[in-house]
Design a protein around this ligand. Structure first.
Ligand SMILES: [Zn+2]
Length: 307
């Protein structure tokens, strides 16, 4: 059997290993966690287990496992918002539903992964609910999300919830030193900067922390201080692409606003910046709901221009 792929998260590991051992994988699993906590890694592991033809699933060696690892397995289908779109549409869920009627090509099961499942609106969730209530035999649904609060209670009640969290420092460091070539000093620095979030620590180590989003956040604050509303809207555009970019954008804005407050402690601007920080905290909360991201950014710009 392939080793459980995540650091820490002991409670998840024991429940996953126990249902795999007993060959009783739940037909609907909702994975929730922040970006970087291993949600997709866990989804791939579970999908491999569902299609694996080995005795101890996922074996990691059979043809199905190898195809799953290279994202080429015909019976593992991924639904995500279409490019340029923020939400998974009800049409996509209807397509998924009709695909559930098709027999698997290679494996004994069909697996449907819904990425950023929390971007489904109520109508899409209700459409999905019907198939979750009466799933065809040997069909598994894996929903990946940031926060289960975005789901209808009726959907949640049909799923087994696996809530991922960042691991302890020692477990995260052990994972990174085993899986990357970075020194223990570099790993410790990355984990401290990224609060033990392994995915973010990897980006940090690869030198991508100065990402497009980070540059956008910096530009947003520059425009805010110049009272340039159009500039703010333009700078925030990359955050409208998807929820995880929006989340990153807010995080970068918070970090950079705190540094600006520190730099301006003795000036009149400190109070306005502190007020902006409070706005960020309050607006950020709506990210866990199904809020329209363009609307969220417009609200942010409007609040920022009133400070
Ligand atoms: Zn296998």
């Amino acid at each position: 059997m392939t080793e459980f792929p995540l650091a820490g998260n002991g409670h998840i590991k024991s429940s996953v290993m126990s249902f795999l051992r007993e060959k009783r994988m739940p037909h609907a699993i909702l994975i929730e966690g922040d970006p970087g906590t291993g949600r997709h890694t866990l989804a791939r592991f579970l999908a491999s287990a569902a299609v694996c033809s080995g005795p101890d699933v996922p074996c990691g060696n059979c043809r199905c496992c190898r195809m799953a690892a290279s994202s080429n397995h015909p019976d593992i289908k991924i639904t995500a918002a279409d490019s340029g779109k923020k939400n998974i549409t009800v049409g996509q869920i209807r397509d998924l539903k009709s695909d559930t009627a098709i027999k698997p090509h290679m494996a004994a099961a069909n697996v449907f992964i819904i990425d950023s499942a929390d971007t489904m609106n109520e109508q899409s969730q209700n459409a999905l609910l019907k198939v979750l209530e009466e799933p065809p035999q040997n069909t598994f649904f894996i929903l990946i999300s940031q926060n289960k609060a975005a789901f209808l209670q009726t959907v949640i009640s049909r799923c087994i919830i696996l809530s991922l969290s960042v691991p302890e420092t020692s477990a995260a460091a052990e994972y990174l030193s085993k899986n990357t070539g970075y020194s223990s000093r570099e790993i410790a620095e990355a984990l401290e900067a990224q609060k033990n979030n392994i995915g973010n620590a990897l980006l940090f180590l690869e030198g991508k922390s100065d990402s497009e989003i980070s540059v956008s956040a910096k530009e947003f604050l520059r425009c805010m201080q110049a009272n340039d509303m159009w500039g703010m809207l333009k700078a925030a555009a990359p955050a409208e692409k998807n929820r995880s970019d929006a989340d990153l954008f807010f995080r970068e804005l918070k970090i950079k606003t705190v540094s600006l407050i520190r730099e301006n402690l003795n000036s009149d601007r400190a109070a306005a910046l502190a007020a902006f920080y409070r706005e960020l905290l309050s607006l950020e909360k709506s990210l866990v709901t199904n809020i329209n991201l363009s609307l969220l950014i417009c609200t942010l710009v409007s609040r920022a221009s009133q400070l």
